[in-house]
Every structure is written in structure tokens, then in C-alpha cells.
Design a protein around this ligand. Structure first.
Ligand SMILES: [Zn+2]
Length: 153
């Protein structure tokens, strides 16, 4: 848990907790990690600048190369396992393997990619990364607490 205190008040206040698993699920469903109702994307992979439902700013996201990396890892494990399993148990002809696994690889990648990207945006939002913890929407005037100095016995 990240403890955050306001700069305007000397009393430490716990900021609104952002559940990581819930945010991951909301992102996977391509919904706003804050309200779960607004659409995350305006098109296939184009993230809305702000949630159309609650106004949460989403332009802070920095998913970058991570979604394709995770997508390739997930799809690769599924497809390679499937190919090896089919080859060991049924030994189908190569053309049949190609006709089945190549389209499946493309379709699975296209299906998983926006979901993985959404989950990563949800993760960034939950951990207040890349500007998600500051700004006008929620958490204005919030700064992370300084770590306590180590005490020696
Ligand atoms: Zn929202």
C-alpha cells in the first residue's frame, strides 16, 4: 500500500486506495480503471484522453512496447504448446497445422492486444504511475511520503 499525504495539511491522509487487481480487470475489459463504465479506447488501440463517463484523465498512460511484448509471450505459449501437442498426439500434415495455427495466432494476438494494453493502463493507474497520481481529477496536491530513516539498534 502506498501512503500518500497532502501537502496542504500537516496531518497525513491516506489517499483513495486503488485496488490493483480490480484495475487490471477493468483494463482487461477495456473500461476506465477508475469508474469501470467509460470506454478506455476511442478506436482499436487509441486510448481516450479522458474517460467519457467520469472524466479521469487517461493520457498519462505509457504502455509503450509492453502490450505487444506480453501479447507475444502469451500467444506464443498457447500456440507453441498447441502445435507440439498436436504433433505429438496426432501428427497432422504440415498444411493442416499451418492452416489452423497461423490464423489462430493472428486472431488471438488481435484479440489479446487491446486487453493486455488495457490491463497495463489499469496497473499504471492503480500504482499512480506516469502522472496518474497527480492532476486535477483525483489526488491533486498529493506527494508521496518520504521514506522513514533506518533505525539502528
Ligand atoms: Zn471513468
Amino acid at each position: 500500500m502506498t501512503v500518500i499525504k497532502t501537502t496542504s495539511d500537516s496531518t497525513a491522509q491516506i489517499a483513495t486506495e486503488r485496488e490493483v487487481l480490480t484495475s487490471l480487470k477493468r483494463g482487461w475489459k477495456q473500461r476506465c480503471p477508475s469508474c469501470a463504465t467509460g470506454a478506455l479506447y476511442s478506436s482499436y488501440l487509441k486510448v481516450n484522453d479522458a474517460c467519457p463517463s467520469c472524466g479521469q484523465e487517461l493520457h498519462h498512460q505509457r504502455a509503450d512496447d509492453a502490450p505487444p511484448y506480453f501479447t507475444m509471450t502469451i500467444v506464443g505459449h498457447i500456440v507453441v504448446f498447441g502445435i507440439l501437442f498436436a504433433e505429438q498426439n496426432f501428427s497432422p500434415p504440415i498444411w493442416m497445422q499451418l492452416a489452423f495455427w497461423l490464423p489462430l495466432t493472428v486472431l488471438l494476438s488481435l484479440w489479446i492486444l487491446p486487453r493486455v494494453k488495457g490491463a497495463l493502463i489499469g496497473y499504471q493507474w492503480a500504482n499512480r504511475m506516469h502522472g496518474f497520481g497527480s492532476g486535477a481529477f483525483e489526488g491533486a496536491d498529493l506527494v508521496p511520503t518520504e521514506p522513514k530513516p533506518a533505525t539502528t539498534p
